[in-house]
Design a protein around this ligand. Structure first.
Ligand code: FES
Ligand code: FES
Length: 209
């Protein structure tokens, strides 16, 4: 039998496996380059059109009226922190899980990371900065947290305070179980729950007087 002297690594069309793979590689890189170019062109179009997408909203925050131009995707938490400078409201998970971003919206506690700014047009917001009556006089809740060492790093504290304001207004003499239930939507990474519960009991007493 005659021995085939052709390169056994070449296909019938004369392309080696190595050459074939190298060719595929080139094709992938090419399409990636083309893709990058197309994406950046698209991104520029988005950036240009974004300015026209701004929407004006009117909100009252801690008694002060604001007119803000917002993108439809911005959350209330972002507007408060990044555009109004009210950084007392914290962003922990940014996904409606930890409660760090809790504020009052028309008197009810909400996760501000889960509210689009355009949804709060015409509404009234209270943040932790709006709790104290003055620089020298803390809200009874803040005073109680101070007295009972109800915070460690303090990251969760603004959200917990804003959860507790309407809770204590509705339930001025809560049981410990009710307090724990009330703050179940607020995570404390320092796990200082015992002191937090003690602080709420003191605050309830102060607010009843
Ligand atoms: S930051 Fe809003 S719930 Fe965690
Ligand atoms: S005091 Fe640190 S997260 Fe609660």
């Amino acid at each position: 039998m005659k021995k085939d002297k052709r390169n056994p690594k070449k296909s019938s069309k004369g392309v080696s496996r190595r050459g074939f793979l190298a060719g595929v590689g080139t094709a992938v890189v090419s399409s990636a380059v083309i893709g990058t170019g197309a994406q950046s062109a698209e991104a520029q179009i988005l950036r240009v059109s974004r300015q026209e997408e701004l929407q004006d909203i009117a909100i009252t925050v801690n008694g002060v009226k604001y007119q803000v131009s917002v993108e439809p995707r911005w959350t209330l938490a972002e507007v408060l922190r990044d555009h109004l400078g009210l950084t007392g409201t914290k962003i922990g998970c940014n996904a409606g899980e930890c409660g760090a971003c809790t504020v009052l919206l028309d008197g009810k506690n909400v996760y501000s990371c889960s509210q689009l700014a355009v949804w709060v047009d015409g509404k009234s917001v209270t943040t932790v900065e709006g709790l104290a009556q003055s620089q020298s006089e803390l809200h009874p809740l803040q005073q109680a947290f101070w007295e009972a060492h109800g915070l460690q790093c303090g990251f969760c504290t603004p959200g917990i305070l804003m959860t507790l304001v309407p809770f204590l207004e509705e339930n001025p003499d809560p049981t410990e179980a009710e307090i724990r239930e009330a703050i179940s939507g607020n995570l404390c990474r320092c796990t200082g729950y015992q002191h937090i519960v003690e602080a709420v009991k003191i605050a309830a007493e102060k607010m009843r007087d």
